[in-house]
Write a protein that binds this ligand. Structure first.
Ligand code: ATP
Ligand code: MG
Length: 288
């Protein structure tokens, strides 16, 4: 399933003293099976953009196409689009409200009018997909779970709708480092094993770098870079200008290169940088 955004503009509260242009001429293609990261500092328009993917917001100007169909055409049912493009809001656990985890995850499928067997199948599958133990959590109150587990339960509620595209707005914000790593690994699994197209919104270059193949950088309502992660990581001036900052490993490798060392600078992770540094030290005969 593909999503295309063409010449998208969005203005909040037009014609009032609170008018605010949030998106300006955004063009973007998301292809089936991609894992793409959208990064940008606070207020750059990330959340506004992704709410266009499933028709929660209507463009002030421009078009959004899902599988080549303009979703604002009169004969398109937005309900279908919202089922196909699953959107996980920031702090999704704030929307948990049922008495049990099962009931919460079942809420969406139940609204689709599915029968009980199908609902049960989907709920179990979704809960297992996010790495929770179905039998252990099904009858518990979502509010007794840990922060990370609550977040997963909320994501399961979206997965139970069986979308093709999963869009997550800052899915790890507010979690402790362990909850963060676990959830990021879970996202990776959803993409690899279940072949979800994933769009991950984040402030953190480090988080997206480990998972996404492609990065879209937003700044003041515009897309200012869009390309393979390694290429975007090398755009150090742009990253500084957009307030994102350059990841520490990238900074380090660039500094070594500036000092005349023969090192690759397109490192994404500490592990990669370590391997490259060892290679350098060996080539200089400083370690064996
Ligand atoms: N409901 C709203 N009413 C008015 N202006 C809004 C509203 N929501 C967002 N904005 C404004 O639109 C712009 C883009 O906001 P948006 O929330 O899309 O940014 P973001 O990149 O998701 O930021 P963050 O990283 O803080 O979540 C900002 O200037 C913001 O103040
Ligand atoms: Mg946001």
């Amino acid at each position: 399933m593909s999503i295309r955004v063409e010449g998208l503009y969005y203005t909040y509260n037009p014609g009032t003293p609170f008018e605010r242009a949030a998106l300006e001429d955004v063009n973007l293609d998301i292809h089936d099976g991609e894992f793409i990261g959208i990064i940008g500092e606070t207020g750059s328009g990330k959340s506004t953009l992704i709410q266009h993917f499933n028709g929660l917001l209507k463009p002030t100007r421009g078009r959004v196409l899902v599988d080549a169909v303009d979703i604002w055409q009169r004969d398109v049912r937005l309900k279908d689009i919202r089922q196909k493009v699953g959107l996980v809001f920031q702090y999704p656990e704030h929307q948990l409200f049922e008495e049990t985890v099962f009931a919460d995850v079942a809420f969406g499928p139940r609204n689709l009018g599915l029968d009980e067997d199908e609902i049960s199948r989907r709920v179990r599958r979704a809960i297992e997909m996010v790495g929770l133990d179905f039998e252990a959590v099904r009858d518990r109150s979502p509010f007794e779970l840990s922060g990370g587990e609550m977040r997963r339960a909320a994501i399961a509620g979206v997965l139970a709708m069986e979308p093709s595209v999963l869009v997550l707005d800052e899915p790890v914000s507010g979690l402790d480092p362990r909850g963060r790593d676990e959830l990021l690994r879970e996202m990776e699994t959803l993409h690899r094993e279940f072949e979800y197209t994933v769009v991950l919104v984040s402030h953190s270059m480090e988080d997206v770098a480990r998972l996404a193949k492609r990065l879209v950088v937003m700044h003041e309502g515009r897309v200012v870079a869009d390309g393979p992660v390694r290429e975007v990581f090398c755009m150090t001036d742009l990253l500084r200008d957009t307030g994102l900052g350059v990841p520490q490993v990238t900074e380090l490798m660039h500094e070594l290169a500036r000092r005349g060392k023969q090192v690759r600078t397109d490192m994404l992770t500490v592990e990669e940088a370590k391997a490259e540094l060892l290679r350098l030290l060996r080539s200089e005969g400083r370690v064996r």
